[in-house]
Design a protein around this ligand. Structure first.
Ligand SMILES: Cc1ncc(COP(=O)(O)O)c(C=O)c1O
Length: 401
């Protein structure tokens, strides 16, 4: 039985939604009600001037790319290993995604970024994979040196901290998903943050036409003339989703404290097995969000694929373990191998293939994920003991082969 139930819907979550229903707060044309509460809290949490809620993380990424002004002459360096929605909205902008291999931690490799920069490079997009912060200082240094924008996909990293600073607080634009599996969730939804007023106004125009644009865009801004129609799209969030997410935000610090303890407890148990590599925060002051606890098999010590190892874990009762799935290197996906049938303007511009990103591919191939509970205590520790026992037994069975 899967002991990890997510999302966590409590009476408080239900009350948050019922309160809106009782007030008839079911749609906002402008910045009002629960949107103000949540956006203000999110902006404060990430130390940003503006936060904007949208209908999904994918919509937030699309908004970020349009706000940043991506266009057909631009190249954008993107992680090869991420969930595809980090990158796929770029096809709507005409800009060319230039995929970049991962480093040993599974995150985009800063050294590899620099090698891909050309005179057409406009921006770098990064994902804090599974909630483990990227090396933001190294990446920011490269972006500043080459005058590139930095966009952070923090969909796995709600509340994560890099060297004591919140993720999402130092880039030009950062986004989060609050889809059903995420640490803070409204079922569906996304959040966009920036300090840049131009980017914010373009983000408003992109998905929030008319009232909200008229309310917030500076009357003397060139964007104001387009306030009524915006770009013609509507990507507004649902107030119920934001009310759910807002209630969960109250618990985030306490969830992080428990997750950190649980992850450390599990790592301590798994340290007994040299065949495994456990996730370790790279810098003092890093606090991963532990969206997933990802450990890797060392192929030189255990000749088994992660997929098969995971199947054996599941068969032995560790149902919560998972491997690969839809988050896999983008060069393995048809859209990045041959986008032209869907996007003819990309004909001849993108032709990735298996083997192009050896580190990303091996990181993804060797990774096994476990959820990390937001509760602490003896019961959770007993579950972790059981997981470690099953993992140890499975290693022993495979060593013997
Ligand atoms: C890294 C990453 N980016 C973006 C997204 C897209 O978010 P959404 O599902 O809210 O559109 C996800 C969703 O799983 C994700 O994992």
């Amino acid at each position: 039985m899967n002991t990890f139930l997510w999302p966590r819907i409590t009476q408080a979550t239900k009350n948050a939604v019922m309160t809106l229903l009782d007030k008839g707060e079911i749609s906002h044309y402008d910045r009002a009600g629960i949107f103000i509460t949540f956006e203000d809290r999110w902006a404060a949490m990430t130390d940003r001037k503006y936060a904007l809620v949208v209908s999904s993380g994918t919509a937030a990424l699309h908004t970020a790319m349009v706000a940043a002004g991506f266009g057909p002459d631009d190249e954008v360096i993107c992680p090869a290993y991420t969930f595809f929605a980090t990158v796929t909205p770029i096809f709507q902008t005409g800009a060319v995604p230039v995929l970049c291999d991962a480093g040993h931690d599974g995150n985009i490799d800063p050294a590899a970024i620099e090698k891909l920069i050309t005179p057409r490079t406009k921006a770098v997009i990064i994902t804090h994979m599974w909630g483990m912060p990227c090396d933001i200082d190294a990446i920011l240094t490269i972006c500043r040196r080459h005058h590139l924008l930095l966009i952070e996909d923090c969909a796995h990293a709600h509340g994560a901290v890099y060297k004591g600073r919140p993720v999402g607080s130092e880039s030009d634009i950062a986004i989060w998903s609050i889809q059903g599996q995420k640490i803070i969730t409204g079922g569906e939804g996304g959040v966009f943050v920036t300090n840049n007023t131009d980017f914010y106004e373009r983000a408003l125009l992109f998905g929030h036409y008319n009232k909200r644009c008229k309310q917030e865009i500076r009357p003397d801004s060139p964007h104001y003339d387009y306030a009524e129609t915006g770009f013609g799209l509507k990507l507004r969030a649902h107030p119920f989703a934001i009310a759910m997410a807002n209630e969960q935000l109250d618990h985030l610090p306490q969830w992080h404290a428990a997750k950190n303890q649980n992850a450390a407890y599990l790592s301590n148990k798994l340290a007994a097995f040299p065949e495994l590599e456990v996730p370790v925060p790279a810098h003092t002051g890093d606090q991963p969000a532990w969206y997933a606890y990802t450990f890797r098999l060392r192929p030189a010590m255990l000749a088994i694929s992660a997929a098969e190892f995971c199947r054996q874990l599941n068969a032995a009762g560790l149902d919560e373990a998972s491997a690969s799935g839809s988050t896999r290197p983008l060069n393995l996906l048809k859209l990045f191998q041959d986008p032209a049938p869907l996007f003819p303007q990309y004909a001849g511009k993108i032709a990735y293939k298996p083997g192009d990103f050896p580190v990303a591919e091996s990181q993804a191939d060797q990774a096994i994920r476990l959820p990390i509970d937001v509760n602490g205590g003896a019961k959770v520790r007993r579950t972790l003991d059981r997981w470690a026992q099953i993992i140890g037994d499975t290693i022993a069975n495979n060593r013997a082969r």
